[in-house]
Write a protein that binds this ligand. Structure first.
Ligand SMILES: Cc1cc2nc3c(=O)[nH]c(=O)nc-3n(C[C@H](O)[C@H](O)[C@H](O)COP(=O)(O)O)c2cc1C
Length: 213
């Protein structure tokens, strides 16, 4: 956990819990935190907010971070291919993801372009690993975001009660999509009473720089 001390204004590095990070080391640490976010369901980084563009309107929503791949600079989440966000990303491949950990007071802001995966090897592999309970998300008869005259999950009684077999859930595979974010830039902000710290990692121009918070 980060502590609010150990700040040396003269060094070209940031010291967190008595450990000094060069800007390159800090970049690696950001990805360690993102990988942890994908693996650990209790991590605050497990559920980022992602923003897309619907023509000129911004839309945001929470998603579950499923994968963080430091070498490829990729993040992934799962979604229904009938959803609004999927359509928005088909029209405009720009995306932004926002992470905040209140315990460390670290915000990570990601900008990227997406690749949409459906009906391919990646999706079928992930679908095989998707639990019955999670498969329910892809089993609504009407598309997500359809309006309804009653408050409902949109699932049949059996599906809602998880009274269905793995074989019966296979129909959901046709709606299962993976959004891969190719991270173009990552911005780290650490809130600290003794002075905030901020860094910008630009993967397009391969430049890492400190910023004024
Ligand atoms: C904690 C949490 C996790 C969520 N995870 C996902 C997710 O991984 N994928 C997804 O499509 N929707 C997820 N949702 C639902 C979305 O936030 C959103 O309400 C829904 O997908 C409709 O978004 P859209 O209309 O922009 O497509 C999650 C919601 C919450 C509260």
């Amino acid at each position: 956990m980060y502590k609010e001390k150990d700040i040396d204004q003269t060094k070209d590095e940031v010291t967190i819990n008595s450990i000094s990070f060069s800007i390159d080391e800090l970049e690696k640490d950001c990805w360690i935190q993102l990988v942890n976010g994908a693996i650990k369901s209790r991590s605050p980084f497990h559920t980022p907010c992602v923003a897309t563009l619907n023509n000129s309107e911004v839309s945001m929503r929470t998603v579950v971070l499923r994968k963080a791949l430091p070498l490829l600079k990729e993040l992934r989440f799962h979604t229904d291919t009938r959803s609004n966000k999927w359509k928005e990303l088909q029209n405009n491949d720009s995306i932004s993801a926002l992470f905040y950990d209140p315990s460390t007071r670290v915000q990570i802001r990601v900008k990227g372009k997406v690749i949409l995966h459906f009906n391919d090897e990646m999706t079928s592999e992930a679908w095989q690993k998707t639990s019955l309970s999670s498969r329910r998300c892809y089993l609504t008869e009407a598309s997500p975001s359809s309006f309804s005259t009653i408050p409902t999950s949109g699932l049949s009684e059996e599906v809602e009660q998880e009274d269905f077999t793995l074989a019966e859930s296979e129909v959901g595979a046709q709606h299962f999509g993976i959004v891969t974010i190719q991270v173009k830039s990552l911005e780290w902000l650490w809130l600290n009473h003794a002075g905030h710290r901020r860094a910008f990692f630009d993967y397009v121009n391969d430049s890492y720089r400190w910023m004024i918070p």
